[in-house]
Design a protein around this ligand. Structure first.
Ligand code: HXC
Length: 544
């Protein structure tokens, strides 16, 4: 629109121009705006339809589609759409790729603010050059200042080869910020494509890693390098696919069947988390009665201590509306970790799981639980510990791999945690594992036990073999079974109950199983103000 027309008063314009001319002039778009719109449209297209088609052929969504699944409709505010690499080597000068392979900005999830980045594989394979890295670090810096979670969507060929050491330095900048933000704002990584080389260490520094079946890979060195270095033949999926990392390495916390399912899971996770370490998690509304009775726990009191059961059933019965979001479902199944709401409050659960390795603690279980406890502590989330543990898993393999070193992490994490800690002994609590599972003297705040709980240095069978080894050796072979039974019974009468422990105050109360839900909720309500958010001085949450 010409400047003279805009300066004219409506009366003058009427005098000088016909109605049709005036209308035409009003419809004219200034050249600068035209250019802006063209540039923007071009930038939003990414690398174009061919590349997008190739992306789809791999079963993957585009970077922007991913954000639209994740964020509230219309909430995304982009930052850095027009950023380009400054590198000119190896033909980068002519590529002119706006956005430099990553979409960054802010948005909302269920009305709560988040910072996001989404790597665009259609542009230079989503590879990370310096400008790409700076876009991400800008978001990370703003997120830390604004105290909001950061969610990264990763789909990248890794360090941009054409940019040499600049790309490596870019990763360094990201890792540094991951560490600086640790324990202050929740950090979530969603792997929806390749994540190779040193690039894997950014997700590993964040709190939760999501992967999607069939499209996600993470590895430090790919199959070809593995073959050259060690002679092993391995495909991408076996080396670093979602189930490999969910069940074997423990890198991945959540596996999704599809991308939309993955973004739904991320949103669900956020409903349990505060925005930062200075806030409390959101309180949920629930119609589930606080005093709902638990017949299942009554039944548990009659279960043979050696019989397995899935502790998930207990958790589902305890939690509001029977909902439980399990973290690390496929990894170290002998211990269960996850989030539930109790009376509307977010609670983090750590529970021995007798259906896997009898619920014994081993290296992976110790690492899994310790890191989760440390996350809960950083983010003001109270801890519920459900105990049914026969001890530490024995064996040369475990000893040599460092069960002492790894097991110590669990003791450390519980001892250091200052959030409310409520413990319920469901059945067995033996030896060092009894101490480790948030016992009174690791500063459990309120420690309950069910009437059938057995709290002792070890189980009756093991105990009598040691206490009465001479007598057992001397007895006739035909009498040995009967003698063992008698001795076990005597031992069980004395120690295989919660009463000796309760008499010493190491258990605060033996509770009626039917009322366990209301007792736990009341305990957490009582302790709700125990820790002032933001007062934790123990630094970040180092990956364990
Ligand atoms: C530059 C890259 C790239 C990279 C992919 N591309 N990775 N460009 N730097 N790192 C480009 C490809 O050249 C190609 O461009 C386009 O992206 C798509 O890649 P394709 O190979 O066609 O896709 P696909 O068959 O799906 O294979 C994806 C892939 C493969 C498995 C990721 O591209 C690959 O192996 N890339 C290299 C991975 C790697 O070794 N990265 C470095 C890791 S070391 P054109 O224009 O030809 O279509 C690292 C160190 C970090 O990251 C250290 C941090 C401390």
């Amino acid at each position: 629109m010409p400047e003279d027309f805009i300066r004219q008063s409506p009366e003058t314009a009427k005098k000088n121009l016909s109605k049709a001319e005036r209308r035409k002039k009003l419809r004219e778009v200034p050249a600068s705006l035209k250019r802006f719109r063209e540039i923007k449209e071009q930038a939003l297209l990414g690398a174009g339809p061919k590349r997008i088609e190739a992306q789809k052929a791999k079963g993957k969504l585009t970077a922007r589609e991913r954000l639209s699944y994740l964020l509230d409709e219309g909430s995304f505010q982009e930052i850095g759409l027009l950023v380009e690499t400054r590198s000119t080597d190896f033909g980068l000068k002519d590529k002119g790729i706006k956005g430099d392979g990553v979409v960054t900005g802010f948005g909302k999830i269920d009305g709560r603010k988040v910072a996001v980045f989404s790597q665009d594989f259609t542009q230079l394979g989503g590879s990370l050059g310096l400008a790409h890295a700076r876009k991400i670090t800008t978001m990370m810096d703003l997120a830390l200042e604004a105290k909001i979670p950061v969610i990264g969507i990763l789909d990248s060929g890794g360090a941009r080869i054409q940019e040499g050491v600049d790309s490596l330095d870019g990763y360094g900048e990201i890792f540094y910020r991951n560490t600086k933000s640790s324990g202050k704002i929740p950090q979530i990584s969603i792997i929806v494509g390749p994540c190779a080389g040193g690039a894997v260490y950014s997700p590993a520094l964040t709190d939760f890693v999501f992967m999607v079946e069939g499209i996600s890979n993470m590895f430090v060195t790919g199959p070809e390098v593995v073959k050259a270095a060690t002679g092993e033949d391995v495909d991408f999926e076996t080396l670093g696919g979602s189930m490999t990392h969910a069940s074997k390495s423990g890198v991945c916390h959540f596996v999704a069947k599809s991308e939309p399912d993955c973004y739904r899971q991320v949103k669900e996770l956020l409903t349990f988390l505060p925005q930062n370490n200075e806030e409390r998690p959101p309180i949920a509304e629930t119609k589930d009665p606080i005093d709902r009775k638990l017949p299942l726990l009554e039944k548990l009191c009659g279960v043979d201590p050696r019989k397995p059961y899935r502790v998930h059933h207990i958790i589902w019965w305890l939690s509001d509306d029977h909902k439980f979001l399990e973290v690390h479902h496929h990894f170290a199944k002998n211990i269960v970790t996850g989030f539930m709401k109790l009376g509307g409050m977010t609670v983090g659960v750590i529970a021995n799981n007798p259906s896997h390795m009898a619920g014994a603690l081993d290296i992976n279980a110790s690492d899994k639980a310790a890191r989760f406890i440390r996350f809960l502590n950083k983010f003001n989330i109270p801890i519920l510990t459900l105990v049914d543990v026969p001890g530490y898993w024995p064996g040369v393999k475990q000893e040599h791999a460092g069960i002492i070193r790894h097991g110590a992490k669990l003791l450390y994490a519980y001892s250091e945690a200052t959030v409310p800690k409520v413990t319920l002994v469901l059945r067995k609590a033996y030896g060092g594992a009894y101490i480790a599972m948030s016992s009174k003297y690791l500063r459990g705040d309120i420690n309950f036990a069910l009437p059938n709980a057995e709290i002792a240095v070890m189980g009756p069978r093991g105990a009598i073999e040691i206490l009465y080894s001479k007598e057992l050796k001397k007895s006739k072979p035909e009498d040995i079974d009967e003698l063992k039974l008698k001795l076990s019974q005597e031992y069980a009468d004395k120690f295989a109950s919660p009463y000796q422990t309760a008499s010493r105050g190491s258990i605060d109360e033996v509770i009626e199983p039917l009322n366990a839900r209301s007792r736990l909720i009341n305990a957490f309500e009582l302790l709700a103000d125990k820790k002032k958010p933001g007062t934790d001085v123990t630094g970040g949450n180092i990956p364990l």
